[in-house]
Design a protein around this ligand. Structure first.
Ligand code: KIV
Length: 284
């Protein structure tokens, strides 16, 4: 089983094969995805919302990203593990960006990092790539800029903003990125970007013409409690889990769990119940 690499991904694009990507934040789900054959596992800063219960991704820290990236990278055998660089870990200077990218590789065990932005992070991207760390870009709706963008909204609907997103994608490629996520843009814009780039595009809410697709795991498994237009819900894991929890509660309350088969029998020493229900060793 060969590892997915930057070169194998570019080869997939040349062959016209679609690249598959999902987010994961812990070992069990990362292992399941890897065994299912996904190409890229992104430890997204969406962990802030999907796992840590926050309203947006802005407060996610480097320590949190390293913690979750280590959990994922510890068990993945085939997929490429990409770690998101959190807000303010790469915007201040190319030097700080390189230092933090290095931490995600050395301490988190990631194979690559992802940065949101385009032209404005050209130098940061370049310095990370020159140090030998593969970079995935991210253009269109960039959630770390949600306050500037006015929320989580479709981007590139007007010709000015479409041009800006196209230029951002080109800048990402020119800086040396090996692929780029395109989030929440009209289908024709995603197609034009895909056709204009050598590196593969990975779409989320960007239609069918991208080189690959990514979804947030909690969305596609029905755990996040939201199903945006671009998400296909592949399972209702929240429903299954809630039923299991309710059944467990019922079983414990009705004393049907634990049953004999769930208990260690017989006890090593014979015990008898004494007053008040506490246990004491039998004297005889
Ligand atoms: O953080 C994340 O999960 C992402 C995906 C939406 C691409 O950036």
């Amino acid at each position: 089983m060969d590892r997915v690499t930057t070169l194998s991904l570019i080869e997939e694009k040349k062959l016209g094969n679609k690249i598959t990507a999902l987010t994961a934040y812990d070992a069990p789900f990362a292992r399941m995805m890897d065994e299912a054959g996904v190409d890229i596992i992104l430890v997204g800063d969406s962990v802030g919302m999907t796992v840590l219960g926050r309203e947006n991704t802005l407060s996610v820290t480097m320590e949190e990203m390293i913690h979750h990236t280590r959990a994922v990278s510890s068990c993945v055998k085939r997929a490429m593990v990409v770690a998101d660089m959190p807000f303010m870990s790469f915007q201040i200077s190319p030097e700080l960006a390189l230092e933090n990218a290095g931490r995600l590789i050395k301490e988190g065990g990631a194979h690559a990092v992802k940065l949101e932005g385009g032209k404005s992070i050209f130098l940061a991207t370049q310095s990370i790539v020159e140090a030998g760390i593969p970079v995935m870009g991210h253009v269109g709706l960039t959630p770390q800029s949600m306050h500037r963008l006015g929320g989580f909204k479709v981007q590139g609907k007007k010709s000015g903003s479409a041009k800006r997103i196209m230029n951002d994608a080109k800048a990402v490629e020119e800086a040396g990125a090996f692929s780029v996520v395109i989030e929440a843009v009209p289908v024709d814009l995603a197609r034009a970007i895909t056709d204009n780039l050598f590196i593969p595009t990975i779409g989320i809410g960007a239609g069918e013409h991208c080189g690959g697709q990514i979804l947030v795991m909690q969305d596609m498994l029905g755990i996040s409690g939201r199903t945006p237009k671009f998400v296909k819900k592949y399972a209702d894991i929240a429903g299954i889990a809630k039923n299991a929890f309710a059944e467990y509660i019922k079983d414990v309350r009705s004393s049907s769990f634990p049953a004999v088969e769930h208990s260690y029998q017989p006890a090593a020493a014979k015990l008898k119940v004494v007053g008040g229900g506490s246990l004491k060793k039998k004297s005889s």
